[in-house]
Write a protein that binds this ligand. Structure first.
Ligand code: PLP
Length: 455
């Protein structure tokens, strides 16, 4: 131990010496060092070298109200001065988290009953797995425990949530997934819907595959199905028409719960309050994070339906306490930030703007890149969009992943002052919901030049 500060060390050197970055190639990082962000305002962020970028990713799909929102900062400061922390175990409470639970339920569908707060999307999905298991134990169905998740899903990285995630790179070398997790198809209409098949037929096929899996495993062993309304990290995959209705019919037939992972879609990104609202899903559990606080504070929520709450309440006499929760569940500063964030979303009608700006951005992308030899598909809902690059448009042949086409486009986009995210051969966009027409032009111009530069 030496507490002597490293006065002469650059931040870049200190980073490489000390900071272990999530989802980062260790080799690339040690060779190239970090890109350090220093400040931000509106939809723009500025790095430590003074370069300004339009943040077409809203951080990690989360800064929905944009940067520099003084009223959120002030709400956090007021709360930090009054009560920076107190826990919520053993009936303890604080005002902002009570008000936030009430507010979340006013946003959520009417049949949702209670809000359990966590700190990240991952821990909320772990909570959901435990809730599903607990619910079936309390109902006297201890064998009903398997959870079906989809290929290419992203539900987080903790042991439980990481097992729900359906991306092999999140499992490899980590000994995941857990054996209770089953897998079904994703909803890749561009690559997996056969030529000539309608969306409704594709939905019916996916629902029949789900039912076949439940029957094969035995309905008495299957507890829940989890889905992102629009799949995010897996490639911004929009379900075919009628998909969730067809899937829910199967789930209802076999007494299987529906978990909607709204971590990206929730609070307006799709131009509707939730993905659940947009697609007419009737969830038993909703996972929320990101847009709940726009990333100003880490906070997540597991929102449960009356049906689940009733079982928990009616059987509560059988257990000493519901023995699950985090030190920082219902953190007062995070709840204050989330409340101020939702004030902005409501006052500025950012849900409406996401619909309007999303349509405009998609149209501008189609105009600029729709006929590009390297672009196979442009898709998305609201302000959750992606461009999929291909080696051959006619055959949809993908680029070999070793060519790192997505990452190269993103690197070129940085040079153009635009941040977008690579997802393999795809480029994802999820800008703040405040996006203006001028911002759309800036984003599409930068991305267009970046694609041209890699072509
Ligand atoms: N669920 C979805 C749909 C996500 O997109 C993410 C993160 O991107 C998570 C869960 C995990 O959230 P966190 O990174 O806060 O653990």
């Amino acid at each position: 131990m030496s507490l002597e500060p490293h006065h002469n060390m650059s931040l870049e050197e200190m980073d490489k010496r000390s900071l272990f970055h999530p989802f980062t190639s260790i080799g690339d990082h040690l060779a190239n060092g970090p890109r350090i962000m220093s400040s931000a305002s509106g939809v723009h962020v500025t790095d430590s070298k003074g370069r300004r970028y339009l943040d077409g990713a809203a951080g990690l799909w989360c800064v929905n109200v944009g940067y520099g929102r003084q009223e959120i900062v002030e709400a956090m400061t007021r709360q930090a001065e009054a009560l920076p922390f107190f826990h919520s175990f053993t009936s303890m409470a604080n005002e902002p988290s009570i008000r936030l639970a009430d507010r979340v339920l006013r946003w959520a569908p009417d049949h949702m009953s209670k809000v359990f707060f966590g700190n990240s999307g991952s821990d909320a999905n772990d909570t959901n797995i435990k809730l599903v298991w607990y619910y079936n134990n309390m109902r006297g169905k201890p064998a009903k425990k398997k959870i079906i998740a989809r290929n290419r899903a992203y539900h987080g990285v903790t042991i439980g949530a990481g097992s729900l995630t359906g991306l092999s790179y999140c499992h490899q070398f980590f000994d995941l997934p857990l054996p209770q997790i089953l897998r079904t198809h994703s909803v890749d209409q561009y690559r997996e819907k056969p030529e000539g098949m309608s969306e409704a037929e594709f939905s019916a096929y996916l629902a029949s595959e789900l039912e076949a899996l439940i029957l094969k495993e035995g309905p008495d062993t299957v507890a829940a199905f989890i889905a992102e309304p629009v799949m995010g990290t897996g490639g911004v995959l929009v379900p075919p028409a009628g998909y969730f209705q067809a899937m829910q019919e199967v789930l209802d037939r076999h007494d299987v719960l529906m978990i909607a992972d709204e971590v990206i879609c929730g609070f307006g990104r799709l131009g509707a309050p939730f993905g659940t609202t947009h697609f007419g899903i009737r969830p038993d559990i909703m996972t929320m994070a990101k847009g709940l606080s726009s990333g100003y504070q880490p906070i997540s929520a597991s929102v449960i339906s009356n049906r689940i709450w009733d079982v928990l309440k009616d059987t509560s006499g059988e257990v000493a306490s519901f023995a699950h929760g985090f030190t920082y569940s219902a953190h007062p500063i995070a709840a204050a930030a989330a409340l101020a964030n939702l004030d902005i979303v409501e006052r500025e009608d950012l849900v409406g703007n996401a619909a309007k700006a999303g349509a405009e951005l998609k149209g501008a992308l189609q105009k600029r890149l729709g006929d590009h030899a390297m672009v196979g598909d442009i898709r998305g809902v609201g302000l959750m969009l992606a461009v999929e690059t291909v080696a051959d448009r006619a055959t949809k042949r993908p680029f070999d992943l070793s060519l790192k086409v997505g990452a190269r486009i993103v690197a070129k986009a940085y040079e153009q002052g635009v941040i977008v995210r690579p997802l393999g051969n795809m480029i994802a966009m999820s800008p703040p919901l405040t996006l203006s027409s001028a911002n759309i032009e800036e984003l599409v111009t930068g991305l267009g030049r970046a694609v041209d530069a890699v072509a």
